[in-house]
Design a protein around this ligand. Structure first.
Ligand SMILES: NC(=O)C1=CN([C@@H]2O[C@H](COP(=O)(O)OP(=O)(O)OC[C@H]3O[C@@H](n4cnc5c(N)ncnc54)[C@H](OP(=O)(O)O)[C@@H]3O)[C@@H](O)[C@H]2O)C=CC1
Ligand SMILES: O=C(O)CCC(=O)C(=O)O
Ligand SMILES: [Mg+2]
Length: 747
């Protein structure tokens, strides 16, 4: 961690995981050196999965192993006006990832306890509770103390139009489709209440035997807040999955499941587990006793079963493997995550993240990879109806009109509601797998029943909260964006949903607080909104989507992936409600596939454009809020550099032998230095950067050669979740010529 003292204006740059952490090793020294010339300190805070785990266990770690709770620190900072945080994507860990990270830290000498999946006794429950704080979407809901504004800046959109990426061709005969439940899902059972008076609510389960049990007490609620409760029937889900398995086989399409088991860290792993249990049912039933003994948990995927086979008697393990292979002969083929390695769609819950997986399918002509490594039509199972329909609408559109054309299509920016753990971000501690048949009720302090569901054992029940102030802020942000970009805005709200009806009433009321004259503002159900937006983008027109938290997530991968080929090129800003700024980098995740390639070939194809855009926005915000004129000069020059970077197409080439992430950082540094040397707003900066620009330009060929020369060899990172920073820095900064120029600027 680097830290400054006193009142130096500062930007916090987050250290995260996987590809973005690798990119940081190369980019951060450049950022620090440039920012330093304006007296801006760039400090780092570690919010990686490994860092978060270590921060939970100060009591078991030696003094030199302890790390501070940087996430808690940044969460507090996000509620203050001085916050200026650049947030890179981090791992939202599934249980298999969490266990792998713990194992790696233990092997590095950190005396951490094992993850007690089924805790026995108080001590193990306490350990599990600590680990669970680091699991799933543990970071974003803490830092996102504002709503989200994600869009492709004009320069990026123009670049995509000039250099359209490849889109898979769609056939009108495509059999690909989305399958969702028709009843018994969250959509069908949602109830919603607007809180009239601040207080607390509690959640009570009363079993059919009359005994009651508090699932949750003391949930604080504020006036005007919207709370919802909803429930998915385990029986209906299992029947639905069975029917889809049969139908996929009958139609000869791949079976694939698309969930968000990382962000919806309690409900979706259970849904994933039901799909695994149904698909592999005959084998799991036959070997139930031995698998239970081995600790297999279907919620962790069929990969968990394979991981446990070595602990079994060899003949039993061989029989289980043979039974699975035989079962594959009776099942539809599974969509593959990695067909070369035999990793299926049901192996690990964190490999099938719907926001990225559905757009990838749509980009690849609606097909997914089959076990033979070929593209094939697929059934995309998205059990809950809340949002599944939007993807079917895209598929229908592509089947009817062909793939979208990035050279001509319009854009769909997003204004997303997520502040103060809005909607599903607030569900993590209020989602339960129901232990017994009965009734779940949400009660207020006086004991009045606010919401009520009949439940059966195994059902998933969850409650969400959405505070009033974030809703007001979201409406305001939507109007501001519509006005600034002179673009129609559509609130995606479904009149069939209780929560959405409450939101729509608030939207109607809060729109009156703003001057909306001349603006085109609609409220439409998601499928209708999708159709409306698709028709417009085919005609080259833009439409702002104004959505809740989940659609924010889904749409900000879907549209950028269609429009730009990747969501890495998005500007992703979170204007914090307290006045600070959280600048996210792109809209994608931490790209584990990129790390595999880096480890194997010393080639990192991570595109840092998202970081460049976030940095410009962060410097601009810093200049505005602290009056630092030099930061403004740096920001303006970075805008120019970003434009030139796009014009010159200096993103990673994605081919060994071409520039990768590191090469793209060199070009950004050169263009940025050149823009600073060319400007006349600040003579001192001009003088500082003239020789830097000169040195970088003079040595361009040499630097590029030094950066490319290392490619093609394996890299030792000294760890995956907790790599050795010395090794990473050496690997990510292989050009001594570039390093000398940057280090001399840093002084
Ligand atoms: N903001 C956050 O903190 C987020 C974190 N996550 C976490 O990230 C991890 C991986 O999630 P996953 O769903 O696989 O999504 P990713 O976005 O990491 O991966 C999907 C694909 O997106 C493309 N991609 C994403 N970012 C970049 C980039 N900067 N440059 C080039 N390509 C990029 C790549 O696809 P292609 O090969 O097609 O170019 C990549 O393989 C998980 O642990 C998840 O929880 C996920 C989303 C957001
Ligand atoms: O919070 C998370 O786990 C993931 C968030 C995400 O995918 C996004 O914000 O786009
Ligand atoms: Mg996302």
């Amino acid at each position: 961690m680097t830290q400054s003292t006193g009142n130096t204006p500062r930007i916090i740059y987050t250290l995260t995981d996987e590809a973005p952490l690798l990119a940081t090793q190369s980019l951060l020294p450049i950022i620090e050196a440039f920012a330093g010339t304006a007296g801006v300190a760039v400090e780092t805070r570690d919010i990686s999965l490994a860092g978060r785990i270590l921060a939970q266990f100060p009591d078991v770690l030696a003094d030199d192993q302890k790390v501070g709770d940087h996430l808690a620190e940044l969460g507090a900072l996000a509620t203050k006006p001085e916050a200026n945080i650049i947030k890179l994507p981090n791992i939202s860990a599934s249980v298999p990832q969490l266990k792998a990270a713990i194992k790696e830290l233990q092997a590095q000498g950190y005396p951490l306890p094992d993850y007690p999946e089924e805790p026995k006794g108080e001590q193990e429950s306490e350990i599990k509770a600590r680990y669970d704080r680091t699991k799933g979407s543990a970071v974003n809901p803490v830092l996102r103390e504002g709503n989200s504004d994600r869009r492709a800046p004009a320069s990026v959109k123009n670049y995509a139009r000039k250099h359209p990426h490849r889109m898979g061709k769609w056939s009108p005969d495509s059999k690909s489709h989305v399958a969702h439940m028709d009843a018994g899902d969250f959509y069908g059972s949602e109830q919603s209440v607007v809180i009239q008076q601040a207080g607390t609510v509690k959640v009570r389960l009363t079993g059919s035997d009359g005994r009651s049990n508090m699932l949750k007490t003391g949930v604080k609620v504020t006036e005007g807040e919207v709370i919802d409760a909803t429930c998915m029937s385990a029986k209906a889900l299992a029947a639905f999955i069975r029917a889809q398995i049969d139908d996929a086989r009958a139609q000869d399409v791949l079976f694939s499941l698309h969930l968000k088991a990382t962000m919806m860290k309690v409900s979706d792993p259970i849904i994933f587990g039901v799909a695994v249990s149904e698909f592999y049912g005959p084998v799991l039933d036959k070997h139930a006793a031995v698998l239970a003994e081995a600790g297999f948990d279907p919620n962790n995927g069929i990969g968990d079963l394979y991981a446990r086979l070595p602990s079994l008697d060899e003949s039993v393990a061989t029989e289980i493997k043979a039974d699975i292979d035989a079962l594959y002969g009776e099942r539809p083929q599974l969509a593959m995550v990695n067909s070369d390695k035999g990793i299926t769609n049901l192996h690990v819950p964190s490999d099938i993240i719907v926001d990225a997986s559905m757009p990838a399918m749509i980009r690849d002509s609606g097909r997914m990879w089959n076990p033979a490594g070929e593209l094939q039509d697929a059934k995309a199972v998205i059990p809950d109806r809340n949002y599944a329909g939007i993807y079917q609408a895209v598929i229908d559109d592509c089947r009817a009109h062909g793939a979208f054309d990035p050279a001509t299509m319009g854009s769909v920016p997003n204004v997303g509601l997520m502040a103060q753990k809005a909607e599903e971000y607030g569900s993590h501690d209020k989602t339960f797998k129901i232990p017994a048949d009965g009734v779940v009720e949400v009660l207020d302090e006086a004991g009045a029943v606010l919401m009520k569901h009949e439940v059966e054992a195994g059902d998933i029940w969850r409650m969400c909260q959405t505070k009033d102030a974030p809703i007001r802020d979201w409406v305001k942000l939507a109007v501001t964006r519509a006005r600034l970009s002179n673009t129609p805005a559509v609130f995606w709200l479904d009149p069939q949903r209780a929560h959405d009806r409450n939101l729509a009433a608030k939207v109607e009321a809060y729109l009156k607080d703003h001057d909306t004259s001349g603006l085109e503002i609609h409220v439409m159900a998601p499928v209708e909104a999708m159709k409306f937006s698709l028709e417009r983008i085919r005609a080259g027109k833009d439409t702002i989507s104004v959505t809740g938290n989940v659609l924010r997530d889904y749409l900000t991968d879907l549209f950028p992936i269609m429009e730009l080929g990747t969501s890495a090129k998005m500007l992703s800003v979170v204007p914090l409600m307290a006045g600070g700024g959280l600048f996210e980098t792109g809209a994608g995740g931490s790209a584990p596939k990129h790390v595999q390639q880096f480890e194997q070939d010393d080639y990192l194809r991570w595109d840092s454009l998202g970081e460049f855009l976030a940095l410009a926005a962060s410097l601009e915000h810093l200049a505005e809020t602290t009056g630092n004129a030099r930061a403004k000069v740096l920001a303006d020059a970075l805008d120019v550099a970003n434009g030139q970077f796009l014009d010159s197409d200096k993103s990673p080439t994605r081919k060994l032998g071409g520039i990768d992430n590191r090469g793209s950082h060199f070009y950004l540094a050169m263009y940025w230095a050149q823009a600073l040397a060319a400007q006349d707003d600040d003579a001192e900066l001009k003088a500082t950067f003239a020789p830097v620009a000169q040195a970088l330009a003079d040595n361009e060929a040499k630097i590029v050669e030094e950066l490319i020369a290392v490619q093609g060899q394996p890299v030792d990172m000294g760890g995956y979740y907790h790599p050795d920073f010395g090794k990473l820095a050496a690997a990510m900064r292989p050009s001594s010529t570039l390093n000398a120029v940057i280090d001399s600027l840093a002084g």
